[in-house]
Every structure is written in structure tokens, then in C-alpha cells.
Write a protein that binds this ligand. Structure first.
Ligand code: SF4
Ligand code: SF4
Length: 317
């Protein structure tokens, strides 16, 4: 495998250490159907985590030491009927909770009090907003999404997000095409200036994410005849400093049906975490059945340029 060989060529090995972050993917249901979604999520998807599965995860969390962060993703995680229960029970266990929010979900039926709920629980929000202009956002995420996203950010600002240190509001950028993200710090400054000047919106950090060549983005590359070119760009941009910091070293990802993976990307590719099976086969997230990580060519997406993870850039090297 080329990724494996590239690591070896740089004298690197990629192994797992203790799990500090549990990423829970509560399902593929989403109120949007974005062009670049690596989950293939959308309004018609029916794969969704049951309450029984959620309860099992919470029991395991209670039995685990070392896990400090619960990172909830989807789809639009807030549409899962167990979402608020997972949030409040995780907070009661002392976890830092992250909600990966698409912003427009705040205006879905039954979500009128969502911003207030998230603020009351002191949940960190990571919200996707691939540009500060209407044209680019609507092209990638659907017509009308930009305007609703700005309204969502304003609603979050109104309950204290972006200003209160207990209520971090971070944004997630991904490129519109087959290119790597621009430098994170400069783009963050540009976003801050434009969103505040144009819309009065404030936020904390901007995370840049490289598009993974899987699911809908892989379809986009195929239809545009860019699959090879993009793959080569990722390989040619390999950054050994970023490779030493990829998120799978300390993150475990659980799917809507309780299977365990090294990251959300591997979950979408159905590449299970070596040694781990399902949440029903383990007694906690603390004991590592294996330090191996399931790697593939898509891993070049995490190590290209400045590197990429759910928390943004990995290395300036
Ligand atoms: S990218 Fe996010 S908001 Fe868009 S369809 Fe996928 S899960 Fe939904
Ligand atoms: S794609 Fe997943 S397994 Fe591969 S390097 Fe990135 S986080 Fe690790």
C-alpha cells in the first residue's frame, strides 16, 4: 500500500495510543444533501442510532478512564431523537461535548430551543460554513443554505456563542473543488473580518478540512475526471509532520449501529478498527485490544499540506 510505504520511507509508524476522544456518528439522516458530504447523508437516509445503542455507549463511557471528549456527528446529529440525551448524560459524566452542527438544522421543526439547549449544556459547536459568500456556500451545500447558516450563527451568538469563553463556536471550511485548503490562520482572519463586517457574526476558530476522496466527493471527482489528479495532489503533498499528528492516534469512532472504527472516514469506507469489534463486545473504551490502525490511500487526505483533522490543520510544516 502506498500510504504505508510512504510512512516507512519517512521512518514513521502510525499506531494507536489511549483513546481520549470518542466520536459518535448518530446516523446519516440530515436536512441537507451537500455535494462534498463524505457520509453521503441526506433527508431520505434511514440509518439512525437507536436509544439502546446510545445507552450502551453511555454505559461504556461511564466505565472508561481517559476519554475526555465526546464528539457527536452525523448527518445532522441533532435530528436523532437521542441526541439531547447523549449530550446531557455525557456532560453529567464530566465530558467535554462537541456538536458538529450544519447550522440550518436550527430551523428544522422541533429545534426552536436547540441553541438554548446547547448553551445550557456548554456544548462546543463546530459548524460547517465552506465560505463567507452566498454564492460559494449555496453552490456546495444547496440553494438558500448560506442565508439560513448566517441566521443560525446569529441565533448562536444571541445565546452567547462566540463571546462567552464557555461557549466556543468554531467554523469548519472545506475547499469547493479538487484543491487543498488555503493556510488556516490567514483564512480565519479573513472569515472573522467578513462575517463581522457583513453580518455582525462573531466566532472563535476556523478549522480547515481537506476533502476526502470518498462518498459524494469521490463521485464529484469521477464526474469531473479529476480522480487521478486529486489523488496525486494528496500524495505529492505528503507532510511527515502532519502524519505524526493524525487524529486516529487518540480517537475512536462509533457508528450508528455500534461498530468501532479508527475515524469517521474509515467508518464510511467500512474499514473496522483492527482488534475492536462492536460496543457490545467491550467493557470500556480504555483497554486497547490492538494498537494497529486500519490505513488506506484515503489517509493521504489527512497528511497533505498542513494536514487535516476534525480539529483543522495539524502542522504548518
Ligand atoms: S456535509 Fe454535513 S450538512 Fe452536508 S449532507 Fe453531509 S452531514 Fe449533512
Ligand atoms: S483517514 Fe482516518 S485512519 Fe487514515 S490517517 Fe486519517 S484519521 Fe487516520
Amino acid at each position: 500500500m502506498v500510504f504505508d510505504q510512504t510512512l516507512r520511507d519517512h521512518g514513521l509508524t502510525l499506531t494507536r495510543s489511549a483513546v481520549t476522544t470518542l466520536q459518535i456518528n448518530v446516523g446519516k439522516l440530515c436536512n441537507q444533501a451537500c455535494q462534498h458530504c463524505h457520509v453521503g447523508a441526506g433527508p431520505k437516509r434511514t440509518e439512525i442510532m437507536t436509544r439502546e445503542t446510545a445507552e450502551r455507549i453511555l454505559t461504556l463511557l461511564g466505565a472508561s478512564t481517559g476519554v475526555a471528549t465526546v464528539d457527536i456527528t452525523g448527518g445532522a446529529p441533532e435530528l436523532n431523537p437521542s441526541f439531547r440525551h447523549i449530550v446531557s448524560a455525557s456532560r453529567q459524566l464530566g465530558m467535554h461535548v462537541i456538536d458538529r452542527c450544519n447550522l440550518t438544522v436550527l430551523f428544522e421543526p422541533g429545534q426552536d430551543d436547540l441553541a438554548r439547549f446547547l448553551a445550557d449544556q456548554e456544548v462546543e459547536i463546530v459548524a460547517s460554513l465552506p465560505c463567507y459568500t452566498r454564492e460559494n456556500v449555496d453552490r456546495q451545500r444547496g440553494r438558500g443554505v448560506f442565508e439560513k447558516s448566517i441566521e443560525g450563527l446569529r441565533a448562536l451568538n444571541r445565546v452567547g456563542y462566540g463571546a462567552d469563553p464557555q461557549l466556543p463556536l468554531n467554523l469548519m471550511f472545506n475547499p469547493g473543488g479538487a484543491s487543498l485548503p488555503p493556510p488556516q490562520a490567514a483564512l480565519e482572519a479573513e472569515y472573522k473580518q467578513r462575517l463581522h463586517a457583513d453580518f455582525g457574526v462573531v466566532f472563535n476558530r476556523l478549522f480547515t478540512l481537506t476533502n476526502m476522496p470518498i462518498q459524494r466527493f469521490a463521485d464529484f471527482l469521477r464526474h469531473s475526471g479529476l480522480t487521478e489528479q486529486y489523488g496525486k495532489l494528496l500524495v505529492d503533498s505528503f507532510n511527515p509532520h502532519a502524519a505524526g499528528k493524525v487524529m486516529c492516534r487518540e480517537l475512536l469512532s462509533v457508528s450508528w449501529d455500534g461498530n468501532l472504527y479508527d475515524c469517521d472516514f474509515n467508518q464510511m469506507l467500512e474499514m473496522p478498527a483492527p482488534g475492536w469489534r462492536t460496543i457490545w463486545d467491550i467493557a470500556s473504551f480504555s483497554t486497547l485490544p490492538s494498537i494497529e490502525i486500519a490505513m488506506g490511500e484515503h489517509c493521504f487526505g489527512c497528511t497533505a499540506g498542513s494536514g487535516s483533522s476534525c480539529g483543522g490543520t495539524l502542522s504548518a510544516g
